[in-house]
Ligand binder design. Structure first.
Ligand code: G2I
Length: 512
């Protein structure tokens, strides 16, 4: 039953996105001649899609108002999983009272960004409202069936795959105790799968667990279970391997052989919650091990045809579940707390066949700070104040550095005058021009690009403020309020919407 459905995951933004990517590159090179190359590489999902897989991330409702975060979530990933908002305590907190508002925010985000959604999760012993555990055993099956039916039906057509049952096993391969197991024995799993299939016959149905990535007692138990379910004709499409790995525990034992044995049963396999935590502080050795684990997971999925994709359990350390669950551990994700890619990100990129993105800190570590020198957002000039700070341990040659401030032109002339009004490093060393965005984005059809004729920024040093100004040559007004890089702060603060490149590689900030 799985094969015909595989195209639902295979039908990604892959090929068109690749073509668009190539077009973007061509336009950027011809129109701006700027350092666009590294900045416009294929996304992780595009790279995965070119290999017939998806690359996704977990997310959570409180994170979405973080614009810099959701910009990456919406562009870099082709699939999302709600970290909490489709769980039972959220969707049926009181028996019979269903609330899908938070989950709907996730499916809406996915629809707006051309992403698929893995539904997580229908039946789980955790994050279960108290009323379920308080039910007499004789009433648990009906409550479970109703919950599965209502939720799967609600998300029919919006969720491509469901973690129908999550974490059914103990580490030794015995069934985990839960109100469901107590009431129905292991039959609850088949019952839940049948109910989910009846409610949404097109969704791919998964059993999902952790510590089943390698060969071992727990994955043996999962293997035995799914084989029995398939023999009994129970609707089941795949096995989700969460892959919450840790540097200090080693890489899973024979992950490829383990994945392959599930695939050989005719099931899809997905890596559903990948992260690689470590004991803090991070150091070079742990970071290298982490990169290697991420790389090996990607290589394993690529090597197993029925491995249909990889989901990271959120992409940034900023929103990781790890530090609160494992005190003293962290740094588990692909991007750091400032949303900048880490070495593991480069490892994933290159494993997916992409070019290294310099996420190892490569060319130099700079950050941009910004203030608005201009309280008038609807007049005929834009006045950004920008300064660069070297956050690394080696000097950065400023002639390799460019900075972009994105804005919208509104109506009027398409030519601009740009000015450096003052800077302690001397305006004569600062270059500036306006360029047209290769592909216009919301709040960003043009950008002011700043460069330097020379000079060097020592570790810890700042350029000091660079007072910039631009106008259209017909002096028509702007509306800065919706400009991507515009902020209202009047003192200098770190600004992720001012993007900094060294030698054409993005080292700071989030592009529109
Ligand atoms: O624990 C990591 C994952 C293991 N596999 C199943 C996943 O569903 C699980 O996700 C995590 C979420 O990422 C956390 O965000 O599940 C945790 C709960 O088991 C989630 O943590 C909970 C906190 O414990 C609550 O205090 C908090 O109210 O998140 C809730 C919502 O923010």
């Amino acid at each position: 039953m799985s094969s015909p459905k595989r195209s639902r995951h295979g039908r990604t933004r892959g090929l068109p996105a690749l073509l668009i990517g190539a077009l973007t590159l061509a336009l950027a090179v011809t129109l701006t001649g700027g350092p666009a190359t590294a900045a416009q590489q294929d996304t992780l999902h595009e790279l995965a899609a070119a290999q017939g897989k998806y690359f996704g991330s977990a997310t959570d409702n409180p994170e979405l108002p973080d614009a810099a975060y959701s910009a990456i979530l919406g562009s870099e990933f082709g699939q999302i999983t709600p970290g909490n908002s489709m769980k039972w305590d959220t969707t049926e907190p009181v028996q019979g009272q269903f609330d899908f508002a938070k989950g709907d925010v996730i499916t809406d985000f996915a629809a707006q960004h051309g992403q698929t959604v893995r539904g997580h999760t229908l039946v789980w012993h955790s994050q279960l409202p108290g009323w379920v555990g308080a039910l007499p055993s004789a009433r648990v099956e009906a409550a479970m069936t109703r919950h599965v039916t209502e939720e799967a039906a609600h998300y029919r057509g919006e969720v491509t795959a469901w973690d129908v049952v999550n974490e059914p096993f103990n580490e030794d391969g015995t069934f985990r105790s839960s109100p469901f197991y107590t009431a129905m024995g292991s039959d609850y799993i088949a019952t839940a799968l049948r109910a989910a299939h009846a409610a949404d016959p097109d969704a791919e149905l998964y059993l999902n667990d952790y510590n089943i990535e390698g060969l071992g007692a727990k994955s043996d138990a999962m293997y035995t279970l799914v084989k029995e379910l398939l023999d009994e004709g129970v609707p089941l499409d795949g096995v989700g391997m969460q892959a919450h790995l840790a540097v200090q525990y080693g890489f899973p034992n024979q992950m490829r052989a383990n994945m392959q044995r599930f695939a050989d049963l005719g099931l899809d396999v997905a890596v559903t919650e990948l992260d690689v935590r470590m004991e803090l502080p991070a150091d070079a050795a742990k970071t290298a091990t982490q990169s290697s684990y991420y790389r090996q997971v990607v290589e394993t999925c690529l090597a197993v045809e029925r491995c249909i994709g990889i989901t990271v359990w959120d992409y940034t350390d900023k929103y990781s579940w790890v530090p609160s669950t494992f005190p003293g551990q962290g740094s588990a994700n692909l991007y750091d707390e400032n949303l900048l890619p880490k070495p593991a990100h480069s490892a994933v990129r290159t494993a997916l066949g992409g070019e290294d993105d310099g996420g190892d800190g490569g060319p130099g570590a700079l950050k941009a700070q910004y203030r608005s020198s201009d309280s008038a957002t609807r007049d005929n000039q834009i006045k950004p104040g920008v300064q660069l700070v070297n956050t690394g341990s080696t000097a950065v040659s400023l002639s390799d550095v460019t900075v972009r401030y994105w804005f919208t032109s509104e109506n009027g002339a398409s030519s601009y005058s740009t000015w450096c009004d003052w800077s302690p490093i001397g305006c004569s060393t600062v270059t500036h021009r306006v360029a047209t965005a290769g592909i216009p984005k919301a709040g960003a059809d043009h950008y002011l690009e700043v460069g330097f004729r020379g000079g060097s920024l020592a570790p810890g040093a700042s350029t000091g403020e660079i007072q910039l100004r631009l106008n259209k040559t017909d002096w028509s007004n702007f509306d800065e309020s919706d400009d991507y890089s515009h902020g209202s702060g009047t003192s200098y603060a770190d600004a992720l919407k001012i993007v900094v490149y060294v030698g054409g590689e993005r080292v700071w900030g989030i592009e529109p």
